[in-house]
Design a protein around this ligand. Structure first.
Ligand code: CA
Ligand code: CA
Ligand code: CA
Length: 170
């Protein structure tokens, strides 16, 4: 079967979640993402911001596992991701926003250097690159997330953008 654009996109989304690249998504991938973000922005894991990010990562993992880990082995395989996560999240993007929100909120706080409640597009690019979005793609994605074009990304912009990205249209 010829690989379709849809399959290519699914593979890219799976790769984003599979942070350590071992072929399945599990709790460790979410910990790796949190740890990498904290390192990038020089934030201590034991700080309030660090703890909030780890808590958000755990909630995100639990939510994803609840949706996609059909056999309950605490791993989401590529097949579980495609047949469970992507289909169900596409049917219910609000649910995805809900499970991702605590992590995204905490990530924004970590990346929000001046504490004004929003992250510059340049720092959004750093976040995306740390999470494995390729250089060159991250810039375009960040500009797209900044829906109102004011050069900053707020929670109201990032949560729906994230949900859109992962609820891959067929
Ligand atoms: Ca993994
Ligand atoms: Ca599983
Ligand atoms: Ca904006």
């Amino acid at each position: 079967m010829v690989s379709s654009e849809y399959e290519r996109r699914i593979a890219a989304r799976f790769g984003t979640f599979d942070q350590d690249g071992n072929g399945y998504i599990d709790r460790e991938d979410f910990n790796v993402a949190a740890k990498s973000l904290l390192a990038e922005f020089g934030t201590a894991a034991r700080s309030d911001k660090g703890q909030a990010l780890y808590a958000g990562a755990e909630a995100f993992w639990q939510g994803m596992a609840g949706i996609a880990d059909r056999d309950g082995d605490q791993r989401i395989t590529r097949e579980e991701f495609v047949t469970g996560a992507v289909k169900r999240l596409r049917a219910n993007p609000d649910r995805f926003a809900e499970i991702a929100r605590p992590f995204l909120h905490a990530a924004l706080v970590v990346a929000d250097a001046d504490g004004d409640g929003a992250v510059t597009v340049a720092d959004t690019v750093r976040v995306l690159r740390v999470l494995g979005v390729p250089e060159g793609v991250a810039e375009a994605v960040a500009a797209g997330i900044d829906a109102d074009g004011d050069g900053k990304v707020g929670e109201a912009e990032i949560v729906p953008a994230f949900a859109r990205y992962f609820t891959v249209p067929e």
